[in-house]
Design a protein around this ligand. Structure first.
Ligand code: COD
Length: 301
């Protein structure tokens, strides 16, 4: 497992050059990210969208569009379908969102005929490098599944564990978080945590060690766990923090980035190819690391 997000660049490079299909690429932040990825030697991009918008955005960032393949499709929904089709046809290994809503891109991804479904749940995972934690860790799902039910949490967990396997961690430690570390039937997240942990103990969920429910402090701090008398392989040393829902996850994600001095990378898992959804608020480094993460885990077969 890399210990630093910048190591993802090396992993991505070692896997060979990847092609990114960018849906609605007329956005200077997205173009900056794909240019950085190309300069770092990890990916090239096919830019799908309104050609005049793409050229205008390229001019804004002084990017020479000469070396890039541009597919001129002004309608955003159609551009999403085309970018998805490029991945389906094997002409790109990563899908990336440009200047289009997540919902519109996901509609194309989830399309029963032309989309990128695999039968697995699609979920988001973010990887963080925090100055207060000794290793990279993931938060999931902070961006896709709004209020996951129990089965969906199994899917979210399975996707994140698969990502860690691809990053070289054989048995990642999963903390299923809630507000408290004891089961309270009135708090669904605590019940889900106990159920997931028991399924793991009984071998129904493999390839990882799961404990739950754990409050966030018990998940990431050995002292906090010891204080509560929690004896657990996961407590204080979690690789994956499974959050109760999109609200708690998104707030944890943003608290880490904006208040906690963390760096992050994020990707959607569970589709035929990794999907990069960067937002304007993401730093340049975070966008590049997200592309690197996608290339390192999924990218080229
Ligand atoms: N994985 C696999 N299939 C799915 C998933 C999923 N996560 N979600 C929906 N589907 C399938 C359904 O089974 C169904 O067949 C079809 O897709 C449509 O399902 P709906 O109608 O429930 O899906 P939508 O279009 O209403 O919602 C999908 C979104 C991804 C748009 C939705 O989950 C969403 O809005 N998520 C939050 C995105 C967001 O705003 N993130 C903010 C931070 S970036």
């Amino acid at each position: 497992m890399p210990t630093d997000l910048s190591e993802l660049l090396g992993r991505a490079r070692a896997g060979g050059r990847n092609r990114i299909a960018v849906a609605a690429a007329g956005d200077m932040h997205v173009l900056e990210a794909v240019r950085a990825a190309a300069e770092a030697g990890i990916a090239e991009a096919v830019l799908v969208g309104a050609k005049d918008g793409i050229l205008a955005a390229a001019r804004e960032i002084r990017m020479d569009p000469g070396g890039w393949e541009i597919i001129d499709i002004p309608d955003p929904a159609e551009a999403c379908r085309k970018a998805v089709a490029l991945v389906r046809e094997g002409r790109a290994e990563i899908l990336m969102k440009g200047l289009v809503s997540t919902a519109l891109l996901m509609k194309a991804v989830l399309d029963k005929e032309g989309g990128l479904r695999t039968g697995a749940l699609l979920s988001h995972a973010g990887i963080f490098q925090s100055p207060h934690y000794g290793k990279l860790f993931a938060v999931t799902d902070a961006a896709m599944n709004v209020a996951p039910d129990f089965e969906e949490k199994v899917g979210i967990l399975t996707n994140a564990v698969g990502m860690f396997h691809r990053l070289g961690v054989e048995k990642p430690k999963v903390a299923v978080t809630a507000a408290v570390e004891t089961v309270n039937p009135k708090m669904e997240a605590t019940v889900h945590g106990a159920m997931l942990a028991q399924m793991n103990r009984r071998g129904q969920i493999g390839g990882c060690v799961v404990d739950g429910p754990l409050a966030l402090d018990n998940a990431v701090s050995r002292e906090a766990a010891a204080h509560k008398g929690i004896v657990s392989e996961v407590a204080g040393d979690a690789d994956i923090i499974l959050v109760p829902d999109i609200e708690s996850g998104n707030m944890l994600y943003k608290a880490l980035n904006f208040l906690g001095g963390a760096l992050s990378a994020g990707v959607i898992l569970g589709a035929r190819a990794p999907i990069v959804l960067t937002s304007r608020a993401d730093s340049e480094a975070s966008k590049l690391h997200s592309i690197a993460l996608a290339a390192a885990i999924g990218g080229k077969p």
